[in-house]
Write a protein that binds this ligand. Structure first.
Ligand SMILES: [Zn+2]
Length: 376
């Protein structure tokens, strides 16, 4: 259930109530691909990093260790020791981006595992069963994510199929939630808006999927090859058609300025591998801009990564130490920088919420949009 607390322009301050706790929105969801944040950060660490929601990948967990195994172990919450809300994606994005030799039909997709090449079939029903076995808080409908740019006719046909797949996802989820031995019988389902960069397809899709009265709606198929301007144009086109009393999730986005621009256009939820992936390569976000720790200028720099950050890393370690750890190939370098970047992203969203509470989000956004992107 979503409560809209306050608005500023199109930006929304709200609360998403789930069976595993309430999420203050706008919120960032921290990506734990295979049930762990890449960079040796556990669910216990997340508690100290202001994380509200953990996101796990259906495709990866289906291949390893297998969703049946996770089910036998009590579901993702018990398995990973994260007791807050967990969102699982549908597997669709990875099937279309990672898997080899895929074949799409009305029924679903046959593909070869990127690990050992064995052939797997996944359609809406399979995706719902896997996510039900994982026992996540929020399941995502099975969709096709089309890369941009896409031909209009392909995007239209794909979008229509995604809508038919949504009906099947909903029916299967309702059935699974009615079974006595389902791990989370209150599993929520979000539908996904598709339609590439075509406003008419996006709007038509949204009008159709909102009729299903789902727990939330995502905008998918963005940040997959189009420009930031195209992304904002599509959000602006589709947002007025999205139900006001449901959370809106922009999938796979993005940089701090992408997030500020999208909050201003009415988005509530985000997820992105950028903070963790960048951190593993020595790139950290700070309130002054981005830093690359491989830079020789940090050799004797005893300041923390970000003097304005009160994360456990900045409270204890210097840039010089982290620079040394990266140069020496120590795993700790990744772990510490991933922790800092996660804390930074969750703090960014916290400060966005605070600015909305105080009615000065516009000012906050103007101040930080450029500052956070610049390399220093
Ligand atoms: Zn920090």
């Amino acid at each position: 259930m979503y409560h809209l607390i306050k608005t500023e322009g199109r930006a929304r301050r709200g609360e998403l109530v789930t069976p595993h706790g309430t999420v203050q929105t706008p919120a960032f969801m921290n990506v734990a691909t295979c049930g762990a944040i890449k960079g040796a950060v556990s669910a216990l660490d997340l508690k100290n990093l202001k994380c509200q929601v953990q996101l796990c990948n259906t495709y990866h967990l289906h291949l390893r260790p297998g969703d049946e195994t996770v089910r036998k172990l009590g579901g993702l919450h018990r398995f990973t020791r994260w007791d807050g809300p967990i969102l699982t994606d549908s597997g669709g994005f990875q099937v279309f981006s990672l898997a080899k030799l895929r074949n799409i039909t009305e029924e679903g997709v046959t593909f070869a595992s990127h690990i050992d090449g064995h052939r797997i079939f996944m359609g809406p029903e399979e995706s719902m069963r896997i996510q039900s076995n994982l026992g996540s808080t929020i399941a995502m409908a099975f969709d096709e994510c089309v890369e941009n740019p896409a031909e209009y006719e392909y995007a239209r046909a794909s979008c229509d199929r995604t809508i038919r797949w949504l009906y099947r996802s909903k029916e299967e989820m309702d059935r699974l939630n009615s079974l006595p031995d389902t791990i989370n019988r209150k599993q929520m389902l979000f539908g996904i808006n598709q339609g590439s960069t075509y406003e008419d397809l996006r709007i038509d899709c949204m009008k159709k999927i909102r009729e299903l009265n789902l727990d939330g709606y995502a905008i998918g198929g963005l940040a997959v090859g189009e420009s930031a301007e195209d992304m904002y144009r599509i959000i602006e086109a589709v947002e007025p058609e999205m139900p006001k009393d449901r959370p809106r999730y922009l999938m796979g986005v993005g940089t701090p300025d992408n997030i500020l621009e999208s909050v201003a256009r009415g988005v509530d939820l985000f997820d992105c591998v950028m903070p963790t992936r960048n951190a593993r390569h020595g790139h950290v976000f700070t309130w002054e801009g981005r830093r690359n720790l491989f830079n020789a200028k940090y050799e004797l720099d005893e300041l923390p990564l970000d003097p304005g950050c009160d994360c456990p890393v900045c409270q204890n370690f210097s840039r010089a130490y982290l620079h040394h750890l990266f140069k020496s190939g120590e795993m700790l370098a990744m772990r510490l920088c991933v922790m800092h970047n996660i804390y930074f992203y969750n703090t960014l969203l916290e400060r966005i919420r605070l600015s909305l509470d105080e009615g000065n989000f516009g000012q906050f956004s103007d101040q930080y949009k450029k500052e956070l992107s610049q390399r220093i």
